[in-house]
Design a protein around this ligand. Structure first.
Ligand SMILES: [Zn+2]
Ligand SMILES: [Zn+2]
Length: 287
């Protein structure tokens, strides 16, 4: 099974990606949660253009991807898990949980450190919130994420199958929890005891500092509850809340691919990052 997964890793990931994409896109068209602010064609063309660029860049610089690194780590018997004889199922679950915690910590770090926030604001500057927002990251953030993930894999020594499963789950969950879709309140309430739902992660895309600095999770909902960063809902409600970041709202900067790629390098870090927060009508800082 593991050998088959490794051999067919790109095909497995692509099939899962396209399957979830088709499912979520249909759901968004049939029952959208919020009215979109910007033309969907325009946003999708640019957001998907960014995804294609990132995919090509990753394939070029990391042709073996995370699974290839995991395979090498496994062969060398590096990492904590390779020092113990755990039942395979237990090792896979343990590795999935640790990888998810690592991604959660990395996300908090990209919000906290002003220089990293410059990169991560590409994800937050989207004026709407839909499944393409979930894959909208600056290429440098994508490369840094890959390096951090590789370091975690070297230290952890996870089963190769767990790494492939995690990659498939992360891209699928990112499309699901950025979905512009409505779940019945009861189902949402039950689901978010375990996983991050669209209504839970949407709070994280609020224009307000305190709301943007909550609900950092992508897969498991437990991290935000455990570490005190959980918020049930946005103050203004899901329909009236404003999505995006304050100082960057011009379409040429936040919708067009050229503007998106330049976004980390323009302006100052005003608001959101750990020592630059601003609430309500406070005057803008002049760092
Ligand atoms: Zn974020
Ligand atoms: Zn997000």
């Amino acid at each position: 099974m593991e050998a088959w997964l490794v051999g067919n890793e790109p095909a497995v990931r692509l099939a899962a990606f396209l399957g979830v994409l088709a499912f979520m896109a249909t759901w968004e068209v049939l029952a959208p949660r919020r009215a979109l602010q910007v033309s969907k064609t325009q946003r999708w063309a640019n957001n998907i253009g960014l995804v294609v660029l990132n995919t090509l860049l990753l394939r070029l610089l990391f042709p073996a991807a995370a699974a290839g690194i995991a395979l090498h780590v496994d062969a060398q018997e590096w990492g904590v898990l390779n020092q113990f004889e755990l039942p395979p199922a237990l090792a896979i679950v343990f590795a999935l949980v640790v990888l998810d915690l690592a991604i959660w910590l990395q996300h908090v770090m990209f919000h906290a450190i002003p220089l990293l926030w410059r990169l991560h604001r590409v994800h937050h500057a989207d004026l709407d919130y839909d499944l393409t927002t979930g894959a909208r990251f600056h290429p440098i953030e994508i490369l840094l994420s890959m390096l951090i993930k590789s370091a975690v894999i070297v230290l952890l020594g996870p089963p190769v199958a767990a790494v492939i499963l995690f990659e498939v789950m992360l891209s699928g969950m990112a499309m699901f929890n950025h979905g512009n879709v409505r779940l019945p309140a009861r189902i949402d309430g039950l689901l978010r005891l375990l996983i991050v739902t669209p209504d839970m992660h949407r709070v994280h895309h609020s224009i307000d500092d305190d709301e943007a600095n909550s609900n950092f999770g992508f897969n498991l909902a437990c991290w935000d509850r455990m570490f005190g960063t959980y918020r049930a809902a946005p103050r203004a409600g899901h329909d009236a809340m404003t999505i995006g970041i304050r100082d960057f709202r011009a379409p040429r900067q936040v919708i067009w691919l050229g503007g998106i790629l330049a976004l980390p390098f323009v302006g100052k870090v005003r608001g959101y990052a750990i020592n630059r927060r601003r609430w309500g009508n406070e005057p803008s800082d002049s760092d």
